[in-house]
Design a protein around this ligand. Structure first.
Ligand code: LMR
Length: 331
């Protein structure tokens, strides 16, 4: 009698242990844009590949569109380990003490996508990701989302058109500086709050890429969008280091492979996704698209290029110098 009870107990423990051993490792991947954007599609691609390469030993739960956390909260959650993976824009690293990422937000720093890729895939990209180590964060990759446009309910063609406008920014001091240089009043606001703020007039305008304008419907509440491409939007894909280093080495290797392929995929679709979004905005007829003439562009550059020097005190002279050299930038 006694031994059969003991036997039952052992069987239950064994069953529980086996079930526990079969529990997948869960990676919560939180981000603020919709699934239908370069970053959103990249996160889903990573999920697909990570689950495939680990034969289901890893389960990736993707939480898009700020469903889990808003901009600032997600960084705290990553450091606390409540979420394992994020892909914030380089404008959002100041709160964790790595403002150097904002060098990537400098106006007109990348003349084209090829230069952007050269920089993030070279020593500057590597040294930025390395700076995260001291913060308990591991940087895995950079994901592209193209160039920024800017909008309001009036055409923004010359710097004077920005005078006194409240413009939403996502957190970068560099963006703060360049909108001030144009005479605007930049305001930091979480991405999930922008549509309503534009609709109710809490802010007058904003900047973002075409894919974000389209999927967040900003174009429905902004009359005039300037396709200015005055700065570039990119993300660093990051994980909690304790979690990452605690993974079995073979699993981590498969996840690295999945991340590399998801990165290639995301970067390969970014340009087309943004072009498609721009075409859809245009077709909607809801906002007027404006393109700067060479003279207007020059007037913008005259205001915005001095920000490179002014940003040295906020972002770091060394990283700006390195970035200038890597991007072949001449002021
Ligand atoms: C923003 O807040 O404007 C962007 O960072 C959103 C994003 O992640 O693309």
């Amino acid at each position: 009698m006694k031994s059969s009870i003991l036997g039952l107990g052992l069987a239950a423990i064994l069953a529980a242990t086996t079930a526990f051993a079969q529990q997948p490792i869960v990676i919560k991947f939180s981000h603020v844009v919709t699934n239908d954007t370069p970053k959103g599609k990249g996160a889903l691609k990573f999920k697909e590949l990570a689950e495939k390469y680990t034969n289901g030993k890893v389960k990736v739960e993707v939480y898009p569109n700020s469903t889990l956390y808003k901009d600032k909260e997600e960084m705290d959650a990553l450091q606390l380990g409540s979420v394992q993976m994020l892909a914030p824009s380089t404008a959002k690293f100041r709160p964790i003490g790595v403002p150097e990422f904002e060098a990537m937000d400098l106006p007109y720093i990348f003349p084209d996508e090829a230069t952007y890729y050269k920089v993030v895939n070279g020593p500057v990209g590597k040294s930025l990701l390395k700076k995260l180590e001291a913060k308990g964060i591991t940087g895995l990759a950079f994901w592209d989302n193209g160039f920024h446009m800017v909008s309001a309910n009036r055409p923004l063609l010359m710097p004077a058109d920005f005078q006194g406008l409240k413009i939403r920014i996502s957190g970068s001091k560099v963006a703060d500086q360049y909108f001030r240089a144009m005479g605007a009043l930049p305001q930091i606001m979480a991405f999930s709050e922008v549509y309503q703020a534009l609709q109710t007039g809490v802010v007058d305008g904003c900047e973002n890429t075409a894919s974000n304008y389209y999927t967040q419907k900003f174009y429905e509440v902004q009359k005039d969008i300037t396709v200015s491409y005055h700065a570039h939007l990119q993300y660093a894909v990051i994980v909690n280091t304790k979690f990452w280093n605690g993974l079995p080495a073979d699993i981590r290797g498969q996840l690295e492979k999945a991340m590399k392929e998801a990165t290639d995929y995301t970067n390969s679709i970014a340009k087309e996704e943004n072009e498609d979004a721009l075409a859809k905005i245009k077709a909607s007829g809801k906002a007027t698209l404006h393109y700067l003439t060479p003279a207007q562009k020059k007037a913008w550059m005259d205001k915005l290029l001095p920000v490179h020097k002014a940003a040295e005190g906020r972002v770091g002279k060394q990283i700006i110098d390195e970035l200038h050299a890597a991007a072949g930038f001449k002021s």
